[in-house]
Write a protein that binds this ligand. Structure first.
Ligand code: UD1
Ligand code: MG
Length: 468
């Protein structure tokens, strides 16, 4: 896809801090943006931009963070360094020094709490940094009020000479609008040479920390430091508290919704549609308001998802209609099926082609073969429903005896009358019928009629004798 030789670089993600301003039991980098922890977004961006390996510097709750990273599909490219005490961003990078000696020529330093940086920006940042031949390039952006970010100090020639943290800045420096995004490209050799000394000298700044930002002045003194200005400030804004998180999620949501619209998906009301980061949608999918597509859900071409449906790790085929307010987790729906309104599909519900599942039906661990139907008020659990079978209103598979689960099999073209209890394990044969209101405890042979209920008795003249 690209006409340049790929740059040889590793990425380092700073993620050891707790993030106390989040006021959470959970470490900051595990807070989610569109269903994926912030650190997951940063890892994915680094890998997609071409990082040979990604080293996460972990500290607080490192077992939890590492456990999540180890489940990543490219876990073989992920490495870990531990920063036991959080003594500052320079100290965090130094914690990864074992990866400098044998590492690639360039190290990209990223923050685990900046989730919206995109692959194109990161790639062009790396390319420009390499072309600049500076030992250190810093990513910056402009805000009228750069709040608590570190300020970029440039000389009269426009060259970056230093970064001053907000707390250490003079009133005049606080007026500067260009801020440090906390993302850098460094020559790995430059880091290895300067960081040990930087972290050995007593820290004199307001936070008594070892600042990575101090490397900028060192680079400027040695040769020069390069500044790369990102024009879309939202790409580099970080998360320090829950309000920041909501703002970053909103940006990510709008950007991803726009992407899917560009791919040919109709969003009736984009402002009320949530599509998580790892969801995949085909062309001509239509999403009504308040749809929430979660996890690894996949939706096939031409499928319509009406208001209020929630799908988690669902696989939906083509031209499926999900009527309003369905809740679907880890289930599969084949082409041309019609589901809902108000249907609950639980894990391992597997709905065949052209099936019809109507209102107030719950299904789990059940295969419905092509063209079968359960149109109203039914529970199907641990069952196999044959092709073209019709499950009447109010049918319940009694799959649980209080200790164990048992299976129900309903044959091809079978017809289950309304309000039937199928006490598992039980089999209804191909083409068999079950009379309405039956409690079926024994198998019904192929083509037979099973009826299991009290016979009706009519008492003639009963009404006129009443009350005498
Ligand atoms: C840092 C920069 C600031 C920049 C801002 C951008 C420094 C000194 N300041 O400030 O110039 O504008 O990012 O967002 O670098 N971390 C560790 N170990 C530590 C300290 C931090 O791993 O000892 C990690 C944190 O978990 C976090 C990241 O580094 O993911 C940034 O740390 P944070 O404390 O948020 O730095 P800022 O104050 O935001
Ligand atoms: Mg921060």
């Amino acid at each position: 896809m690209t006409d340049r030789a790929p740059v040889d670089f590793q990425a380092l993600i700073l993620a050891a801090g707790m993030g106390t301003r989040m006021r959470s039991e959970t470490v900051k980098v595990l807070h989610e943006v569109l269903g994926k922890p912030m650190i997951g977004h940063v890892v994915d961006t680094a890998l997609a931009a071409g990082a040979q390996r990604v080293v996460s510097v972990l500290g607080h709750q490192r077992e939890r963070v590492q456990a999540w990273l180890e489940s990543h599909r490219q876990a073989d490219k992920l490495c870990y360094a531990v920063q036991h005490e959080q003594l500052g961003t320079a100290h965090a990078v130094l914690a990864a020094q074992a990866f400098f000696a044998d590492g690639p020529k360039y190290t990209v330093i990223l923050s685990g709490d900046v989730p919206n940086l995109d692959v194109d920006t990161l790639r062009s940042f790396v390319d420009e940094a390499v072309a600049s031949v500076a030992p250190l390039t810093v990513m910056t952006a402009i805000l009228d009020d750069a709040r608590h970010y570190g300020r970029i100090v440039r000389n009269d020639a426009g060259q970056v000479t230093a970064i001053v943290e907000f707390r250490d800045a003079s009133p005049a420096q606080r007026e500067l609008k260009e801020f440090n995004a906390g993302i850098y490209v460094a020559r790995t050799e430059f880091l290895a040479r300067h960081l040990p000394a930087l972290c050995a000298a007593p820290s004199t700044n307001a936070q008594k920390e070892f600042y990575l930002t101090d490397l900028v002045a060192l680079a400027a003194a040695e040769s020069h430091a390069h500044g790369y200005v990102v024009s879309e400030v939202e790409l580099v804004q970080g998360v320090n508290n829950r309000q920041d998180l909501a703002a970053r999620v909103e940006f990510a949501r709008c950007r991803l919704n726009a992407h899917w619209m560009d791919q040919g998906v109709t969003l009736i009301d984009p402002a009320r549609t949530i599509i998580e980061a790892d969801v995949a949608l085909a062309q001509d999918v239509i999403l009504y308001p308040d749809v929430h597509l979660r996890g690894q859900s996949r939706i096939g071409a031409g499928s319509v998802i009406e208001n209020g449906c929630v799908l988690l790790d669902a696989v939906v085929g083509q031209n499926v209609v999900l009527k309003a307010y369905c809740y679907i987790t880890e289930a599969q729906i084949d082409d041309d099926a019609s589901i809902g309104p108000f249907v609950h599909l639980r894990p391992e519900a597997d709905i065949g082609k052209g099936c019809k599942i109507g209102n107030f039906v719950e299904i789990k661990k059940t295969r419905m073969d092509d063209g079968s139907k359960a149109n109203h008020l039914t529970y199907l659990g641990d069952a196999h429903i044959g092709e073209g079978a019709n499950v009447g209103a109010g049918t319940i598979t009694c799959n649980y005896d209080g200790k164990n689960k048992h299976r129900t099999t309903i044959g091809k073209r079978a017809f289950i009358g309304s309000n039937t209890a199928l006490v598992a394990p039980v089999r209804i044969g191909d083409g068999a019928y079950v009379g309405a209101g039956s409690v079926i405890t024994n198998d019904v042979p192929d083509e037979a009629l099973g009826v299991a209920r009290g016979r009706q008795k009519n008492i003639e003249g009963w009404a006129s004798g009443k009350g005498k």
